[in-house]
Write a protein that binds this ligand. Structure first.
Ligand code: NAD
Ligand code: USQ
Length: 383
């Protein structure tokens, strides 16, 4: 089966492309390297040094014998996207190719516009490319748990049954996103839902939590296949950042009170969830929503877990509650459902089992590459 991975040079996309290739899928990658360009602009770097994509693909071919076809270009360019789709003829498209940082989207007007244009137009182009020429192709789109925000009731998987004035209906779950980036994902979800309803497309929206970890079976097979791992205040995410901060002796940067609870998953579960979604496609006309995470933690609890694991490694780990650069609830109810992927066969990796192996040891290995000036957050939601 042919699967096209958009954003295959990125953190989730690279790991997924190799995983699918290893599992016998014929894989193609689209990427325009814009993420590498944003790193250069921000002066940030990934913790392990990552190779050029062509070199990584050569290395993968040497190890596995599998070719991965590469299409370099921007999916907001419909001509490019349509040509790549015709050249590859995918049965499924996995779409990771977006600007994915909340702080990046909140830098200023330009970054908000760039984020929403890149994400919404890219996804719209993809919907049209599928509708025009590949109507049976299954779109697997990376959404985010942050689309829901932090409501004071349980979070369902995409839809909620509502009783109102004696009548009832199953409706899209209300969305209360917390950044211009998270808003772009909500706009995407609405567009995809519409395309399924009106044109009969088949799509799965994977509302993914915060991903942590770096090694998968495939990216760990050779140093040249190593994945990116971001620790800076713009693209770095909470747990990855905390582990790297622990490794370099920087106090763990808990924003505000630290009661912000989020959904998390190991990158090894990201690749598996995508595989499960592809193996059992949505029906024609179905907009299927799966909450893709395995565990929920508050950022304060995460910091305590990293401190404990770091201390066991002989690191001196301090936790510092710094002023929250974001506008968000710091103490709130959060309880989200995630049974659909478990029903499809997901066997979760638990953070308590993998924190040391998958992340902390790794952070220690590469700690000399950390630029400490990139650690504290510089972007604020407040002006
Ligand atoms: P990433 O920045 O590492 O990778 C994204 C890739 O997409 C980059 O290689 C970039 O060059 C490419 N890209 C962006 N815009 C493009 C365009 N217009 N045309 C072609 N290529 C383009 O991001 P990631 O962490 O791998 O996230 C991938 C997806 O998963 C995103 O949609 C993100 O919203 C979602 N997600 C990520 C996380 C996480 O914790 N990393 C959590 C939930 C959801
Ligand atoms: N946080 C800290 N300290 C830090 C970094 C973050 O306390 O050093 C807090 C934030 O204030 C926030 C929480 O940790 O409350 C999560 O922040 P994050 O930067 O780890 O993640 P977020 O901005 O939500 O975005 C990341 C990915 C995004 C994805 C999202 C999944 O960058 O692509 O969509 O996780 S979710 O959070 O479920 O929306």
């Amino acid at each position: 089966m042919k699967v096209l991975v958009i954003g295959g040079d990125g953190y989730c996309g690279w790991a997924t492309a190799l995983h699918l290739s290893n599992r016998g899928y014929e894989v193609g990658i689209i990427d325009n390297y814009v993420r590498r360009f944003w790193d250069l602009q921000l002066g940030s770097n990934t913790l392990p040094p990552i190779q050029q994509l062509e070199r990584r693909l050569d290395c993968w071919k040497g190890i596995s014998g599998n070719d991965i076809e590469l299409f370099v270009g921007d999916i907001t360019d419909y001509g490019f996207l349509s040509k790549a789709m015709h050249a590859f003829e995918p049965a499924a498209v996995v779409h990771f190719g977006e600007q994915r940082s909340a702080p990046f989207s909140m830098i200023d007007r330009e970054h908000a516009v760039m984020t929403q244009t890149n994400n919404v137009v890219g996804t719209l182009n993809l919907l049209y490319a599928i509708k025009e020429d590949f109507p049976d192709c299954h779109l697997v789109k990376l959404g985010t748990m942050g689309e829901y925000g932090t409501p004071n009731i349980d979070i369902e998987e995409g839809y909620i049954k509502i009783e109102h004035n004696g009548r009832s209906d199953v409706l899209p779950y209300p969305k209360q996103p917390g950044s211009m980036y998270h808003l772009s994902k909500v706009h995407d979800s609405h567009n995809i839902h519409f395309a399924c309803k009106i044109w009969g497309l088949r799509a799965t929206d994977l509302n993914q939590g915060v991903v942590y970890g770096v090694l998968t079976e495939e990216t760990g097979a050779d140093e040249r296949l190593v994945n990116r791992l971001d620790y800076d205040g713009v693209f770095g995410t909470a747990l990855n950042r905390f582990c790297i901060q622990a490794a370099v002796g920087h106090p763990l940067t808990v924003y505000g009170k630290g009661g912000q609870t989020r959904a998390f998953l190991d990158i090894r579960d990201t690749v598996r969830c995508v595989e499960l979604a592809i193996a059992k496609p949505a029906d024609a006309g179905q907009f299927r929503v799966l909450n893709q995470f395995t565990e929920m933690f508050s950022v304060g609890d995460l910091a305590l877990m990293v401190k404990k694991a770091g201390t066991a490694l002989g690191l001196d780990v301090e936790i510092q509650n710094i002023e929250n650069p974001r506008v968000e609830a710091e103490e709130h109810y959060f309880n989200a459902k995630n049974t659909k992927l478990l029903d499809l066969g997901l066997q979760p990796h638990l953070l308590s089992d993998s924190l040391l192996d998958s992340l902390l040891n790794y952070a220690v290995k590469y700690r000399d590459r950390v630029d400490k000036r990139q650690i504290l957050p510089k972007v604020t939601w407040k002006r």
